[in-house]
Structure formats: structure tokens, C-alpha cells
Design a protein around this ligand. Structure first.
Ligand SMILES: Cc1ncc(COP(=O)(O)O)c(C=O)c1O
Length: 342
């Protein structure tokens, strides 16, 4: 099976596992795990922030990032296809009393300053006050799209004017950085809080880091414990994330080539299937008259695993455990399936 369901499915390599074996460990609740501390420092430094917090998942990292920017009874604005609103089980509202209100970007996930600004409700008025704006880069359900830097800059300036916080869900910021060549710190400095994931394209089995200023990270650290998510000798995991950081960023370009190859073959036979051409490692495809489930079953029967992201939308994600040749094969299989779609 050529498994293109997600880039989270990757298995850690032997070398990555060996990095975990040799890691220096301590009790992170006491602030004594040197490998965790090294990962937090390194990530913060890369993103141009003061401090970092290593957590178990991107969901937790987003949850804590937004928590540091908004109070109970306030709202965060985001795209209607954002991971925080579609795939985090209502946790921002359920656990922290922070509601989400969304804008539409017609499927691409590309954020537009004027659209966002029009939604802002001042704090202290009759309406629920807007405390923060959340941006996803790259945008997962949008098809791995990359937010244009000038948009991010304009959103940053607009948020400052309105005294509204800015959180970046950078689960795949690494992919944007590899495509654009824009330094991670140039992205990072536009946001008050940034979440990055080590368990997506970078291939580590577990872990995300939230970065921000010292005070926000101290607040997030206490809240992480309240949620029962503080940990002890987590250096075994941090070591694999550090390995991913050192070895697996530049090679994301291979995933982007693989995704482009799949998309090229499908578009050649049926251009309507891909409305947003892939900019990174994710190919989103419309299944037309067939349901996503029918398409998934047909692809699976031919040795290609995809995932559904809507009733008539499927996704292929090129990743570390899939070779270029396998992307070519998958592209051929999908082209055959999509050639006949109405
Ligand atoms: C854009 C984005 N943000 C956050 C997450 C959440 O990460 P996790 O699955 O580690 O909670 C994901 C997961 O795929 C994601 O795609």
C-alpha cells in the first residue's frame, strides 16, 4: 500500500530512534530534562522568540497558544477550514471558554486582511470581544497552501492596530519555509505565539513546541499541568524531534516534488479535480459525482491509501515514508480513477 493519508503516519527511522537511546534525561516537571530544554530553546531561537514549551501534540500547542492570548468569554477569529475549528473538538471553547468565529477563504485557506479586520469586535462592547486572530501556514485543509508573506505582514500590522493577539498554527511552517526560502524567524516574529509540529513532515513520532515570550510560556506551562499534560523524562521524545530538526527540513522539498507529480498526472486527465494546485506536500482533490468514500475504496483496491476531508473531497499527502517512484505510481492510479469522473 502506498500510504498517502497523512504525513503524520511516518515511522521514525533507525537513526532517529538511536538519538532517543542516547538522550540525556531528567524530570521535566522539575525543569531538569536537558534534552527537552535544548529542544525548547532551539525552537524558540529558530522562530525568533524568547521561550518554548514542548507538548504532546499540535492540538495542545494551539490550545495553549490561544489560551495565553484570550480570556474566558472572548473569541478567536480563524478560517472556516482551520484545524483549530474543524479538528480540535471544540476544546478552545469547551476547556477555556474561548469561542471561535470564522471567515471564508473559498477553500484555499489564504487569509486576507480586510476580511479579518471586518470581523473584529472591540473588547468591552456589547458583542463578544475579539482577543486574537489565528492563521494556519501551511493551510492543511486548504491543500497545503502557503500564506503570502505580504498578507501576513499586513495581518500583523492590522492586529497591532486593534490590540488583538496573533497565533500561528505552524504545524507545517517548515514546508512553507522550504518553498519560499523565508527564514523561520521572519515568519515567527509576526506572531505573538507560534505552534510548530515535529510529528508531521519532519517525521518524529510525537511532539510540538509552542513559542512566545517568557511570561506567556510560563502561563502555558502552568495550564499544561492543569490539563494533566506535564511530563517527566520526555527527553526521549525531544531527542527525536531534535534529530528531525537537524536532518529532515531540507528533504521536505522531495515531498513537494512528489505531491506536484501526483497533481500533474491527475490534472492532465481531469483538471476540475484539483481546484487549488499543490504548493507543498498536500494534494486536495474533488471527487465530483462520486463520494469521497467511493473514491477512497477504489484507490485502496489499487494499492493507494488517501483520506477524506469532506463528503466529496479527498487528500493525498506526500511524506517521508513514500518515495518519488511511489508518487509516480499513485499519480498513475489516481489519473485512471479520475479520468472517468463526472
Ligand atoms: C494544521 C494542523 N494543526 C494542528 C494539527 C494537530 O496536530 P496533532 O495531531 O499533533 O494534535 C494538525 C494535525 O494534523 C494540523 O494539520
Amino acid at each position: 500500500m502506498i500510504d498517502l493519508r497523512s504525513d503524520t503516519l511516518t515511522q521514525p527511522s533507525r537513526a532517529m530512534r538511536e538519538a532517543a537511546l542516547d538522550a540525556a534525561l531528567g524530570d521535566d516537571m522539575y525543569g531538569e530534562d536537558p534534552t527537552v530544554t535544548a529542544l525548547e530553546r532551539r525552537t524558540a531561537e529558530l522562530l525568533g522568540h524568547e521561550a518554548g514549551l514542548f507538548v504532546a501534540s499540535g492540538t495542545l500547542s494551539n490550545l495553549l497558544g490561544v489560551f495565553t492570548l484570550a480570556n474566558r468569554g472572548e473569541e478567536v477569529l480563524c478560517d472556516e477550514q482551520a484545524h483549530i475549528v474543524r479538528a480540535e473538538s471544540g476544546s478552545h471553547a469547551g476547556l477555556h471558554g474561548i469561542t471561535t468565529r470564522t471567515w471564508s477563504s473559498a477553500g484555499s485557506g489564504i487569509a486576507d486582511t480586510a476580511t479579518i479586520e471586518a470581523l473584529i469586535s472591540p473588547r468591552g462592547g456589547l458583542l463578544t470581544g475579539t482577543a486574537a486572530v489565528e492563521i494556519e501556514n501551511t493551510h492543511n485543509f486548504g491543500g497545503g497552501t502557503i500564506q503570502p508573506y505580504e498578507n501576513l505582514l499586513a495581518i500583523h500590522n492590522m492586529a497591532k492596530r486593534h490590540h488583538v493577539g496573533l497565533h500561528l498554527d505552524g504545524a507545517r511552517l517548515w514546508n512553507a519555509h522550504v518553498v519560499t526560502g523565508i527564514p523561520l524567524a521572519d515568519y515567527g516574529k509576526l506572531f505573538d505565539t507560534v505552534s510548530v509540529c515535529y510529528s508531521k513532515g519532519l517525521g518524529a513520532p510525537v511532539g510540538s513546541v509552542l513559542v512566545s515570550n517568557q511570561d506567556a510560556i510560563a502561563k502555558a506551562r502552568v495550564q499544561r499541568r492543569s490539563l494533566g499534560a506535564a511530563w517527566r523524562q520526555a527527553g526521549v521524545l525531544a531527542a527525536m524531534a531534535l534529530y528531525a530538526l537537524e536532518h529532515n527540513i531540507a528533504r521536505l522539498a522531495d515531498d513537494h516534488i512528489g505531491a506536484a507529480e501526483i497533481a500533474r498526472r491527475v490534472r492532465d486527465v481531469n483538471p476540475a479535480v484539483i481546484t487549488v494546485p499543490p504548493q507543498s506536500n498536500i494534494v486536495v482533490m474533488q471527487t465530483g459525482s462520486r463520494t469521497a468514500t467511493e473514491l477512497l475504496d477504489a484507490a485502496k483496491a489499487r494499492g493507494v491509501a488517501l483520506s477524506a476531508v469532506g463528503p466529496t473531497t479527498v487528500r493525498a499527502v506526500a511524506n517521508l515514508n513514500v518515495t518519488f517512484e511511489e508518487c509516480v505510481t499513485a499519480g498513475k492510479v489516481l489519473a485512471e480513477l479520475f479520468a472517468t469522473l463526472g
